[in-house]
Design a protein around this ligand. Structure first.
Ligand code: SF4
Length: 150
């Protein structure tokens, strides 16, 4: 049975994927949890275990800090699922600058994976991926000019 994996603030803040969020927004646990959920969605369990430096229990989930995204451990992958939204208001959504949005969209137009509903690789935008307008989104294929190294 799945159970919530609560990563403490220090663990979240130490994850490499949270560095940009930490810089942009400070040590807000909901922002950091959201950044972690976005980063590890569809990735192998071992990636988070490696970054944390410890193993994780079977059936673990990662509850993002914003909205309804939760990552459910399924075999060897983190899969996004939906849960009830948190009761208190989510922090304001941060938009990328117009220049960054344009640069990202230019990459999307030429990559061949942009469908009518958005990025076909990222799927639902609730994962936080493939949304050129969102400052902290990322391209699932690392094709944006501000992509993180794999
Ligand atoms: S987000 Fe990445 S993979 Fe998706 S359409 Fe844009 S460039 Fe292609």
């Amino acid at each position: 049975m799945a159970h919530l994996l609560s990563l403490d603030l220090a663990s979240l803040a130490a994850l490499p994927c949270c560095a940009a969020t930490l810089h942009a927004k400070g040590q807000h646990p909901r922002y950091l949890a959201d950044a972690a959920a976005r980063h590890y969605a569809h990735r192998d369990l071992a990636a988070l275990e490696h970054d944390l430096g410890r193993s994780l229990p079977d059936g673990a989930t990662i509850a993002a800090g914003i909205g309804t995204l939760t990552l459910l451990r399924h075999e060897v992958l983190w899969n996004p699922v939906h849960v009830a939204p948190q009761a208190d208001p989510a922090p304001a959504r941060r938009l990328a600058s117009a220049e960054l949005q344009s640069a990202r969209l230019a990459a999307c137009v030429t990559c061949g994976r942009l469908g009518e509903g958005g990025c076909e690789v990222a799927g639902c935008r609730c994962t936080g991926m493939g949304d050129p307008t969102a400052l902290l989104s990322r391209c699932p294929l690392n094709r944006w000019p501000d992509s993180e190294p794999i």
